[in-house]
Design a protein around this ligand. Sequence first.
Ligand SMILES: [Zn+2]
Ligand SMILES: [Zn+2]
Length: 344
Amino acid sequence: MKSIVLASGKGGHGLRAELVDRVEPRPGPGELVVKMAACGLCGTDLEKMRGEYTASAPVVGHEAVGTISAVGVGVSGYRVGERVFPHHHVPDYSCYVCRAGNETMCDSYRSSNLVPGGFSEYFAVPKWNVEGGGVLRVPEGMSFEVASLTEPLACCVRAIRKSDVKPGESALVTGAGPVGLMHALLLKSMGADVLVSDVSESRLRLAEKAETGQVLDAKADVPGNVAARTGGRGADLAVVASGSKGAILQGLRSVRKGGRVLLFGVPPVGSILDYDISGLYNAEQTILTSYGATEVDTKEALNVLTSRGTEFARLITHRFPLAGFQDAVAAASAGEAMKVVVTP
Ligand SMILES: [Zn+2]
Ligand SMILES: [Zn+2]
């Protein structure tokens, strides 16, 4: 079967994605094997290839959906032919950190993953994920393409819940990439007044087309523009949907006194911010972070996609087969694409 693996890049910098032929996985006890139908390309996949990610042996492809092709011994409740979304990470829901509500920080959360990864014709879902409730059925009538948005949307659902946004609040989303626009669509439906900023002109046009809210050129004076639209106050909430330092600084400078800044995009390892913290303290601003998603979030994301699938499907602009993976990476890296989905 065809599968994408990461190999060491030239000069030891970054990792290169290679299409290889490998043996189809067989399900061990408690496991499922899924025939991939669609797998979204995530910003973190690109970061892994650039060597900016923290995990030691990075696996690419975690926004995968498909059809169960084999069921391991001892698995109950699933059968061959069912259309599923298998979550790649599942917490234990029982340790101190889980019970405190920080499930995605559970030591077990990142202990398992799809094997060999979502960008494969077939992949195995570990027993841990199956037993932990990580495998959800894709509702009838939902396309695999839309279902592949479950994981990234679930991460946004969790983050927005943490942000505690209220109807009528103003929210700035810095970074008009796929997750930035998912945030914007969620915030808008919750009654927030949404502004979206980005340095890329083409992404702002895509944001306008997706009707995610008013757009702002990030190269202009974003804090000033936000202030002008909020009676001089600044936004109640800034969601930083980019790992860039510029986007984080823009978020910090655009929220009102007492406002919240939610860090969502993954900053590259070693990102050092030059920011006067006294301003943060004196304005009583809060920095929040949100990492990953749990089964509560993936279920909610599937519900959102069930009723608003077409709205979110507009974010998918490019599709590539596994054999065209390099083109998928190039399109996503160049910023000409919004969401990129890989198919077998
Ligand atoms: Zn992702
Ligand atoms: Zn735990």
